[in-house]
Design a binder for this molecule. Structure first.
Ligand code: CS2
Length: 502
């Protein structure tokens, strides 16, 4: 039978025709309120927050918290068109060694592509039904200087948004949030909660500091105070490995489940969200669907630290050196016995000792689960996905562990090898001399410095936005990284790797 095009009118037929597929049975469209505006609707959001909200709607009759999606970037037109062609429904395909399942999700109720109508986005955020503006805009969307911890206010995009002439046509997230919060203030509404779902330690606190700095530069004391005193920015740890969807995934969905979906999401069964209970204008009963809502900001911090240093840090260890060595997928790297040991030893010996104990969390079990998740061969998690936007990753997933190990005079060779492989990777060629495309907002600068530096780290380390003086000036670190860079340049990743495995 020909697959059925995903849309509201076909839902019941899809449910009865396909094996084991669940579809939304709740009201959508004008029958529900859009309590959440989400900026950055990619695979991760659609496999994470949108799934939690879907479960609230499906199993708990929640009607006030549907999601209005927003895209700010040119590439978001593809999501606008895909979701727009199927009543904003999409399929989440969960895959593991045990098999795969598919669920149609309907919690995203509408979608606005900002460049089509920037005012519509500001009005939507300022609407009284909106209580939360959530974000997955990637680390680089925050304009956060890792070294000074300040807003990169000199960046042209921020300068554009600070110019009063562009008040109604912002480009960055801060321009939109500021304009919408200013309007809510004027209308006597509570501010919405700004909920970062990006992979950054202290994501809420960083978002708050960036927006406050932006507001101060806008020089409107009343709005600045409304943001400082009344707007809340919960910190959160988010987790679900969500590869990019490929053409083969759409074909498999049509063949296995009889659904024609313009852009399904493929993900793993595991999902986790630990969020601080600090909302300015109410929130959905997230705990009903397994979200860990915690009172204390330090609880979130500890979970974040575990996750970013162990999961994302290991992903970085797999991604850059793995790409240099010619691997294509995460599970392929883990199939290589030596590389597998390397990742395990980096976690166990160099990262784990730096992490706090969390009551109820068995850290060794957590590491073992990570190895299993990385080894899941069915999700085909692509190394280029792991490597994208590296300037927002290594400086926070790897470098802080190195700096802390230096501080306590502990081991950090494997972390350094990971950083060295990244430096080499930024030259744009793998170990066979084939070109590697570098996809990063700082691409030009990173590549120019990586090439100029050759087998020495100084050029790259001079980028003050990314690296602190503690590393730049540390002799032990410089010695180790220079050696690893020289070895990788001379022998390639796979011949160098055994030196880092016991
Ligand atoms: C990955 C993450 O892009 C990356 O660096 O490590 O996208 C990772 O898959 C997620 O954080 C998992 O929760």
């Amino acid at each position: 039978m020909a697959p059925l095009k995903l849309c509201t009118k076909n839902l019941s037929q899809i449910a009865s025709a396909a094996k084991a597929i669940q579809v939304p049975t709740y009201k959508r469209g004008a029958a529900v309120k859009e309590g959440i505006v989400h900026v950055g609707v990619g695979g991760f959001h659609r496999a994470h927050l949108a799934v939690y909200v879907h479960e609230l709607m499906q199993k708990h009759g929640v009607t006030d918290w549907a999601i209005a999606g927003v895209g700010l970037q040119p590439f978001d037109t593809a999501m606008r068109d895909a979701l727009g062609s199927q009543d904003h429904l999409y399929t989440v395909i969960e895959r593991s060694a045990k098999g795969s399942s598919a669920n149609v999700v309907g919690s995203i109720n509408s979608f606005l592509y900002a460049p089509d109508n920037r005012e519509a986005v500001i009005a939507k955020m300022a609407h009284p039904d909106t209580h939360i503006v959530s974000l997955t805009i990637t680390e680089s969307g925050y304009f956060y200087n890792e070294n000074t911890h300040e807003l990169q206010s000199e960046r042209p995009e921020i300068q554009h948004d600070l110019d009063p002439a562009n008040e109604k046509a912002p480009a960055t997230i801060f321009g939109f949030l500021y304009a919408a919060l200013a309007r809510r203030h004027q209308q006597g509404l509570n501010p919405f909660t700004v909920l970062s779902c990006d992979n950054m330690q202290k994501n809420g606190a960083i978002t708050r500091h960036m927006l406050q700095s932006f507001a101060q530069l806008k020089k409107n004391p009343e709005v600045t105070e409304y943001i400082a005193k009344k707007t809340h920015f919960p910190n959160a740890m988010v987790d679900r490995i969500t590869p990019s969807t490929g053409a083969a995934d759409k074909v498999a969905l049509a063949e296995d489940f009889g659904i024609e979906d313009a852009w399904p999401v493929v993900t793993e069964p595991f999902m986790q969200w630990v969020v601080e209970d600090h909302f300015s204008d109410g929130r959905p009963p997230f705990e009903k669907v397994g979200v860990q809502v915690v009172k204390n900001v330090h609880d979130v911090e500890q979970f974040e630290k575990h996750k970013l240093r162990l999961l994302n840090g290991s992903h970085s260890a797999i991604g850059y050196a793995g790409s240099m060595a010619g691997f294509k997928y995460v599970h392929e790297v883990l199939e290589h016995p030596e590389y597998r040991k390397f990742v395990w030893q980096m976690m166990q010996e160099e990262v784990k000792p730096l992490l706090p104990d969390i009551p109820g969390v068995d850290i060794d079990k957590y590491c073992e689960t990570l190895m299993e998740r990385f080894s899941n061969p069915t999700i085909m998690d692509q190394l280029p996905r792991i490597c994208v936007n590296s300037s927002g990753k290594i400086p926070q997933f790897i470098m802080p562990s190195i700096a802390e190990q230096i501080w306590v005079t502990g081991p950090f060779r494997r972390l350094v090898f990971t950083a060295a492989a990244w430096f080499r990777y930024l030259q744009g060629f793998d170990d066979t001399g084939a070109q590697i495309p570098i996809d990063d907002p700082m691409r030009e600068e990173l590549m120019a410095k990586a090439i100029a530096g050759g087998t020495t780290p100084h050029e790259l380390l001079s980028i003050k936005n990314l690296f602190g003086d503690d590393l730049r000036n540390d002799e032990r670190f410089i010695r180790e990284i220079t050696k690893a860079m020289e070895d990788i340049a001379r022998d390639g990743v796979m011949k160098t790797l055994p030196k880092y495995v016991d």
